[in-house]
Design a protein around this ligand. Sequence first.
Ligand code: PMP
Length: 783
Amino acid sequence: MISEKVQRIGASPTLKISAKAKAMKAEGIDVVDLSVGEPDFPTPENVKEAGVKAIRENFTKYTESDGILALRKAVAKRLKEDFGLEYGPKQIIVSAGAKSSLFHLVQALVDEGEEVIVPAPYWVTYPECVALAKGKPVIVPTREEDGFLLTPETLKASISPATKAVILNNPSNPTGGAYTRDQLLALAEVVKGEDLYVIADEIYASLVFDNFKFTSFAALGEDIKKKTIVINGVSKSYSMTGWRIGFAAGPAEVIDGMSKIQSHTTSNACSIAQKAALEAYDGPQYDVAKMVAEFQRRRNYCLMRLAAVPGLSCFKPQGAFYLFPNVRSFYDKEANGAKIRNSYGMAYYLLKEAKVAIVPGDAFGADDHIRLSYATSMANLEKSMDRIVEALGRLKTAKKVKRVALSNAVTRMKKAVPVEAVAEARMRDALVAEMESHLGYEGRYEWNARIGGAVVQLRTNVAHLNDFWVENFPPAPGEADVRPHGIVYAVDGIAGREPRGFYHEGTQTGVLVNTDHYGALRGLALGLAMDIGARSGGAGASGAVRGMSVDFDGSGLILVGPPGTKKTELFFELLADPRAKLHGNDIAFVEIAGGRAAADCVERKLYMPTAAVELDRRLAPLFDRSKCENVVVHKDDCSDLDCQRADDCRLDRGSPYCYKAAKEAHALLDPHWLGGPAAAVRRTNLKWLVLLRNDPTSPALVELGKDEALRTLEAGEAAGAKKTLAPGKAQPYYNPHLLGAGPEKLELQKAFFDRLLGSVRCVLFNSGAAGADRLKELVSAGR
Ligand code: PMP
């Protein structure tokens, strides 16, 4: 498993889209790529020659880690001439691209938990770069009316004692917005009074239009300069993106810190590229001016074309080579039945319908926008503008606009936590005292549920857990009227405690610490209720069977088996038959009396993995109306390797969420929604226990004698089956809700199943050899 911090970040979306456009072109599709973040001009001839010369002269070895002195001097000279900045060579570090400088800088400045203010829309790399340093990116939205610029008021309000730095990207990628000297001075006033650094990413400084006068943040005064690190490089200004040369200039102490890191990461930037960059900075500068003039012409052309599109507005940028139009008014419109819901949807639509690759604004933290790069030929721009205008013109107001508002709780902990048995009453008392001390009365939820015959009380400080609990279990009489048989604490936010579950059998107390995952709470509560049930009545008179249960023409049937045995597939196939009624999808509480086994569904809802949409298409609109947990709304949380491999993601196509992207995603589905009240039962007369296996060779169906059935259940592995589970993963009685599997507990289970097998028939069914029809035949014939 890769580290959590890396799991949390996504790969650069701009690079991915450019790759997709390239792949389409390779297939012969005429795509215009407006997603690229690099000038389309060749690197100036004199610069290329300097690179060739470096090779000829064998300047192909390691250089000083921070960059050759001549280049750092040339950088200093350029900073002085262009921006009036004075830096010595020790205050400059040359890296493999500005991105590399930025990464080393953030690593050098930020400690775990420290905050970095990132105004949005932001360049995609900033938040990820901060997160990789274990810092906390604090995203601060700016307003289009303010030219997407940070105001002194917003900056001030965003600073906390944990703030380490603020990133100012001037001019901005993706908006092209640039700060005037006065605007920068106002920000500097705020910064002066604070203990923080300013990371001034000025990579687009030379690309400004309409005689805009660019000012470097570090040029605002000596005191400000001491807190500022300027990031710049040759990538954009000299059309040298592939050469990978960027730099940082700032206080010697910070540069020194970066230097230490760089000495252990890349060492020096490419020696040949350094010589070329030296020529770029030292040589004639007229190529820059030519490029700026051309960009300005293209910007004006695109702005003119976009201005003619009704419903679209576009901010006029002062720099860089991007446009960031607002396309919000097109959301909820559709063409050819495809509805656009967000910037991903718009990007997908334009790619498919207009054959123009652009970047969704969401990647920059601004979902109402898309980013177009005009760093491509005028001919390409004309073609793409024609196509965009045409495609947007085709979008019509959808007849029925249904904004999908998913009721989804994303939990911090997604998986069930280990539950350990607490043997001593003293331990239990200490745990309860600890939980009570953290619960207090404010924000406390308390609710009695009836689970099977037992009353189980939840005490929690997690609103989501209470919400799901109340929705899922039927109510029992209130606290004042009844003493619960069991109590479950679920307390989150206890400092210094690992997420963990505890359970004391003697007093039927369950404790969950620091988890907000309903699956964990539900499992513990069911386990407690099973225990309480098993103790009442005679030994073995009641118990629970974990599986998916159906009432087929009056006979109860329960499918039991480990993952990989197509349990869910069979369940849905059975349910498709009009003779079948839905009973439960996870656990049946069974009462045995007079030779009959009555199986009850004890939950009001089906806590169902939303990935089941793959098996039954009717589920998606039902989940839309259900309470959900951990449904994936952001690509970074997707764990579906198939989609990732096929590069086919519904979120990329503009879907607001994906039901199949994570195993942990569940919905609390009302069973009646699946076919009306007549198609579901709460109680069934259990007749068949179907143990599943899945292999290509075994017979489809073997009826098991009582002893063999018991042995199989106890082992948690279908006897004679090819192994479907990793060794050690087998669960006695296939029941993960069973709390503690001590000898006594297992004896009780045995007694229960022994009795159950006196009332039901047990078959070993090979889902690799037969389908639901075979089961239906069996049940019909055996009635
Ligand atoms: N900063 C910004 C705002 C950028 O847009 C980019 C390139 N897209 C960079 C830094 C990185 O530049 P380089 O290619 O020199 O790493």
